[in-house]
Design a protein around this ligand. Structure first.
Ligand code: NAI
Length: 415
């Protein structure tokens, strides 16, 4: 079997990590049990670009148990957990990923996983979808899935331009995905990444969060919970208003730049923190990004301006500006929760990846019947995932009485 990972001797440690994740992913493990019995993916070839973490390992093992053969590449040059990658090779997954890939390695690995002529592809960020569209017109796909907001935006642009060649399920848009993964998972793991890289005290710091979407809300709320004074920067009047009413200070980056001590971008947009902002920042300001791509902070601009730079400790680089101030960049401006920590906790990925597993099954079962469009996760799947998760947590919910069911269908009852 083909593979390319850093060091196969790490497999034993990776196996333990995966087992640890499995204990915290009851919904996906329940799906695995069904897959084991029913083999709904029998004969299916899947290629996936996902962050190679212990949680992704639980997902790809489940797909394999369901009958699929899987090839896996990393979704970011810095997010692969090498021990997990090694353990997956031993599980019979074709893994092409290691931490510290160059951009060329990253695309070479995408090419490798496409050699197996997948019938379904799974992506996180849209690079795999874009690559297939630009370079592999001959590839016949039943469909694909997309894990994150940035990827969904790219796929919707393809759909609008009439170039999307296969149906895609936007896993990101499931209620049981964005509400928990983007908000709660990124909220916690972003702070985890910042702490592992810096070990600073959050309490009392002025933190600036750019973007008050699902990710930004989670980060802002958790920073506040730890005692930070949080400023939100937004371009949308609706989201800005929401942030104000949630009790945050809202202002443009040009003003926030002078006040902040920690800056975190979570917009999915480009050059949100630019040279002119960096020059206004206080000595010691810390810059981190949790958006999908490393384009939110103008790292190139920072490097061009800097008189000198040095690595203080892993994922913490110091840049000295001509004005004498020192600016600290975390994880090269790549998503800090994956590059400096371990990504989302397993409990959250349990929800996202249960949606992935059931969406792949849905595409396979409905092959040939779907249009070349971006579909939301069917509500039935979303609800199944919520039910499985609640069951795994041992939580019962209130059933409606027959009278209540009837009442909710009425329009005549009033005052
Ligand atoms: P979202 O669309 O809900 O929120 C983005 C927000 O940023 C919007 O409110 C938008 O108005 C705002 N925004 C856009 N340009 C801006 C600018 N120049 N300045 C300030 N605000 C601006 O998206 P969501 O779900 O919050 O995702 C944000 C990013 O995080 C995406 O790139 C997504 O792929 C990524 N993501 C990262 C995760 C991680 O593990 N680090 C997990 C989930 C998503």
């Amino acid at each position: 079997m083909d593979y390319k990972v850093k060091d196969l001797s790490l497999a034993e440690q990776g196996k333990k990590q995966i087992e640890w994740a499995e204990i915290h992913m009851p919904a996906l493990m329940e799906i695995r049990k069904q897959f084991e019995k029913e083999k709904p993916l029998q004969g299916l070839r899947i290629s996936a670009v996902l962050h190679v973490t212990k949680e992704t390992a639980v997902l790809v093992k489940t797909l394999k148990i369901g009958g699929a053969t899987v090839a896996l590449a990393g979704s970011n040059p810095l997010s692969t957990q090498d021990d997990v990658a090694a353990a997956l090779v031993e599980e019979g997954i074709r893994v092409f990923a290691w931490r510290g890939e160059t951009e060329k390695d990253y695309y070479d690995n995408i090419k490798e996983i496409l050699k197996y002529e997948p019938q379904i592809i799974m992506d996180d960020g849209g690079d795999l979808h874009a690559y297939v569209h630009e370079n592999m017109p001959q590839l016949k796909l039943f469909g694909g899935t997309e894990e994150t907001t940035t990827g969904v935006i790219r796929l919707k642009a393809m759909e609008e331009q009439g170039v999307l060649r296969y149906p895609v399920i936007a896993v990101n848009n499931a209620f049981t995905k964005y509400l928990f993964d983007n908000r709660i998972g990124t909220g916690q793991s972003t702070i985890d990444g910042i702490l592992r890289a810096t070990n600073i005290l959050i309490a009392g710091k002025v933190a600036v969060v750019a973007g008050y979407g699902w990710v930004g809300r989670g980060i802002a709320q958790r920073l506040r919970g730890m005692g930070a004074r949080v400023i939100v920067v937004e371009v949308s009047p609706l989201r800005a208003l929401e942030a104000v009413m949630d009790g945050f200070d809202v202002m443009p980056m040009s003003k926030a730049a002078e006040l902040g001590e920690i800056f975190i971008t979570a917009t999915g947009n480009i050059n949100v923190i630019r040279k002119e902002h960096i020059l206004k920042m206080k000595d010691g300001a810390i810059l981190a990004n949790s958006g999908h791509f490393n384009v939110e902070i103008d790292v190139k601009g920072l490097k061009e301006m800097a008189k000198s730079s040095r690595l203080i400790r892993p994922n913490l680089e110091e840049y000295e500006l001509p004005n004498g101030k020192r600016i600290y960049l975390l994880a090269e401006g790549r998503l800090v929760n994956l590059a400096a920590a371990e990504g989302h906790p397993s409990e959250v990925m349990d929800l996202s990846f249960s949606n992935q597993a059931l969406s792949v099954k849905y595409i396979y079962e409905n092959r040939g019947k779907l249009e070349n469009k971006v579909y939301n996760v069917p509500q039935e799947i979303d609800e199944t995932v919520a039910k499985l998760k609640l069951k795994g947590m041992g939580i019962e919910i209130e059933p409606m009485t027959q009278e209540q069911i009837e009442y909710m269908k009425q329009w005549r009852y009033g005052t």
